[in-house]
Design a protein around this ligand. Sequence first.
Ligand SMILES: NC(=O)c1ccc[n+]([C@@H]2O[C@H](COP(=O)([O-])OP(=O)(O)OC[C@H]3O[C@@H](n4cnc5c(N)ncnc54)[C@H](O)[C@@H]3O)[C@@H](O)[C@H]2O)c1
Length: 389
Amino acid sequence: MSPQLKAGVIGLGILGEQHVDFLHPQPEVAVTAVADIRTEVADRVGGRIGAFVYGDYDRMLKEQKLDIVVVATPDPLHRDPALAAIEAGVPNLIMEKPLATTLADARAIIDAAEKAGTRIFINFANRGSALDRATYYVIQQGLLGDVVYGDVHLDDNILVPTKMWGGRSREWGAGSSTAHFLLSHVTDFLRWVMAPADVSEVYAISQQKVLGFTPDLYDAFLTFDNEAKVRVRAEWIKHIDGLVEFAFYFAGAKGGLTYVKRPGFAEVDGWRANVSDSVTTEQLLAHQDVLMSQGINVRALVHRPSPTAGALKAGGGDVKRGLETFENPLDFWRVAQSFVDGILEDTLTPASWQGYGPLPSAIDGLRQTQIVAAIVESAETGRVVECAP
Ligand SMILES: NC(=O)c1ccc[n+]([C@@H]2O[C@H](COP(=O)([O-])OP(=O)(O)OC[C@H]3O[C@@H](n4cnc5c(N)ncnc54)[C@H](O)[C@@H]3O)[C@@H](O)[C@H]2O)c1
């Protein structure tokens, strides 16, 4: 059977080439065209799979009838290829995050897509790994009680903004920031797990002492419309051996969740939810069954912790229940796989994405862009910035 869907990929750098290698082997998809202004890169990637190769995406869109276009250009350059694909009548866009680096760009893309009836998926890949989905489940099921506070950091090695894009790194970093590149993931993740709560206002600081061409970091407090507050921070000046450090903590009124997705020095990855005392052992086992049925390998934990620190004791001894795992299978393409399923099934909730809300789409890209814009504005003005939906 020949593939039903023809895909084109615009921007064939680190992520774009990975999109080609993810999509092309899918039985229902063939990447039939690729475009990059670096024509030697386009020739190499397109040549590998026998796709039509273009230096100019406008020409590609004029000459090729495509069912899917992936936009994987650098952060500030998503608008023009997206608008061109929409205008060319492409029915499905897979946009790399962030949707845009300005609200004006995000609105232009979304308005055009709404008019044309184009479906837009945003590749918020950090919704897809098993423990991302376990975090969603635990919070959405209320196993922590209401989440009142959280603390998330997602940091890159300083080599990312200074070296990762070779000679283009400085320009690349200058067109983006840790707010756009990293906090786009974090803000989307938080909106997803905290839904229906959404961010209503932001207070942020940044530091600008080291890199010079882009802020060194952003450190922000997001207030949700249910009064939860979550601190989110992202650095581009870390002198570490790893590429990324990524960890979450959520304080619920009745429980807590720690998720170390990408450990830093002397940390281990792992995931642990200490659930509300109102969850019985039978209910805990039922939740474990649900998670295991979704391919998420967590163990139920019933024990009597007695916290101590040296000579200090804090009481305890009561039975506490939780779910935990030290398995941390990262699955960068889980969300994108469901995009393909969503296109084939004509829905934002395909069979492969049941139980996790709709797949990340235009509205999520718009909200992420709004929140990140508010973070940047707050850091620049020193004021709290409103950003209710
Ligand atoms: N989903 C994720 O977890 C994730 C991870 C990393 C990066 N990203 C995102 O993916 C996007 C691409 O990042 P990258 O690291 O691959 O960047 P990159 O610079 O390696 O690749 C971008 C490519 O776009 C090309 N390009 C630039 N302008 C063009 C134009 N007008 N027409 C055609 N091609 C053009 C460049 O030549 C380059 O090859 C960014 O938005 C980035 O934030 C997403």
